[in-house]
Design a protein around this ligand. Structure first.
Ligand SMILES: Cc1cc2nc3c(=O)[nH]c(=O)nc-3n(C[C@H](O)[C@H](O)[C@H](O)COP(=O)(O)O)c2cc1C
Length: 183
């Protein structure tokens, strides 16, 4: 099967982020043709059009790392029923200039976890809408995970059987979807 280079964007900067742990667990569940690498958001300044004339190296690095990806996996918490500002900021940088929008025509999967009962479902609606406007091909269906202690074990695996099966199936669908879209 064709190898697909997937950039993972985690929408949390926190060292103990449950979303980074979920992202790493997903890597272990995914089919082998998906080759993952993290793209960090930590160094990005807030978007400011005044910086466009001479983009900071952190921005150029970020957009280069995204532009060379075949596909994206977004894993994020929900902040006040939307996506975290750090992720929106990264998306904004990647969307400009319009003729170098790094998100266009790329297959995308998204998931996320929070302790709330509808773990990130509303935030994902916003993310889906933004990526649609930017021309990404977003995998249909939803994968949101309500975080409970013990969901991810000390080895970094999803310890709850039905959640593990569900997320493995989601990664399988992402693999098939991306394989159809990546030239
Ligand atoms: C500013 C802020 C807003 C939040 N809003 C929501 C929310 O709308 N829905 C939700 O389920 N959790 C919300 N949370 C709780 C986060 O889901 C929780 O802190 C989670 O652990 C953050 O993800 P991380 O561990 O990957 O950083 C919010 C947390 C913060 C700091």
């Amino acid at each position: 099967m064709q190898a697909i280079d997937v950039a993972i964007l985690v929408g949390s900067l926190r060292r103990e982020s449950i979303n980074r742990k979920l992202a790493d667990a997903l890597v272990r569940l995914a089919p082998e043709n998906l080759r993952f690498r993290h793209v960090a958001l930590d160094e990005l300044p807030m978007y400011n059009g005044d910086l466009e004339a001479n983009r900071p190296e952190a921005v150029n690095h970020f957009t280069r790392e995204c532009a060379r990806a075949d596909a994206f996996l977004f894993v994020m918490p929900e902040f006040n029923r939307s996506l975290p500002a750090v992720l929106k900021n990264a998306i904004d940088w990647g969307s400009k200039p319009m003729d170098r929008n790094v998100w266009r025509d790329k297959p995308v999967a998204m998931t996320g976890t929070s302790p709330g009962a509808i773990g990130t479902a509303v935030g994902q609606q916003h993310l889906r809408q933004i990526l649609g406007i930017l021309g990404s091909s977003v995998l249909g269906g939803e994968a949101y995970v309500s975080f409970k202690p013990g969901l991810i074990d000390a080895a970094g695996d999803i310890a709850v059987e039905d959640t593990r099966v569900f997320l493995a199936a989601y990664m399988q669908r992402f693999s098939a979807f991306a394989a159809r879209l990546v030239p």
